[in-house]
Write a protein that binds this ligand. Structure first.
Ligand SMILES: [Fe+2]
Length: 200
């Protein structure tokens, strides 16, 4: 038997030529801007609450019922950074005072969404939850706390404390009416409608 001839090893394949360098291109396309996140109604309410020189001279207290007053948008705008609070142009701002024991019935805000901030004292909010059945969940909101809400929010706000309280409410669109409710085992039962600025 004759030995098989030893074949020479194949020559290694030549390394691929490096790709010609392409000149770096400087894209002129603009990157998308990050979404603008405005402060919204809650930001406006808190920002105004932090300016007692704005609301303290205006606040009145009324023994027979809580006191409410519209806040002039121009006065509100004067203490806000306009670049952060653009919604103020379409909002409505109310200033409210609450003596101990004063409060609202359960109510919605018509078609308005918004927020309120406690500028002085403590307010207690009761919100209806629907699981497993209608129940009231209570939260104490001390000075500086803020609550934002959508148009379907139903709540009751009271001053259950011993000191007067002041709050600032921002609504978009402007508040026109509030439906009032009572809680039944089967759910909320509407009891009436109050017109903003007329019935309170
Ligand atoms: Fe409310």
């Amino acid at each position: 038997m004759t030995a098989a001839p030893v074949l020479p090893a194949p020559a290694p394949a030549p390394a691929p030529a490096p790709a010609p360098a392409t000149p770096a291109r400087h894209s002129t396309a603009r990157r998308p801007e990050p979404p603008v996140r405005r402060a919204g109604a809650a930001g406006i309410a808190v920002a105004l609450a932090l300016h007692p020189e704005l609301w303290e001279p205006l606040v009145r207290y009324r023994e027979e019922s809580r006191w409410t007053s519209l806040l002039d948008p121009a006065r509100a705008a004067a203490v806000l950074d306009p670049s952060q609070h653009e919604e103020l142009a379409g909002a409505q701002v109310w200033l409210l005072s609450w003596l101990p024991g004063q409060g609202t019935p359960l109510h919605d805000h018509g078609r308005s969404a918004g927020a309120f901030a406690v500028a002085a004292g403590t307010l207690t909010e009761r919100v209806v939850t629907r699981s497993p059945g209608p129940q009231l969940v209570t939260t104490d909101l001390t000075t500086g706390r803020v609550r934002w809400f959508g148009p379907r929010h139903v709540h009751q706000v009271r001053n259950d404390g011993a000191e007067p309280a002041v709050s600032i409410h921002v609504y978009t669109p402007p508040l026109r009416s509030m439906n009032t409710y009572r809680v039944e085992p089967t759910g909320l039962v509407r009891t009436g409608t109050e017109r903003a600025g007329v019935d309170w």
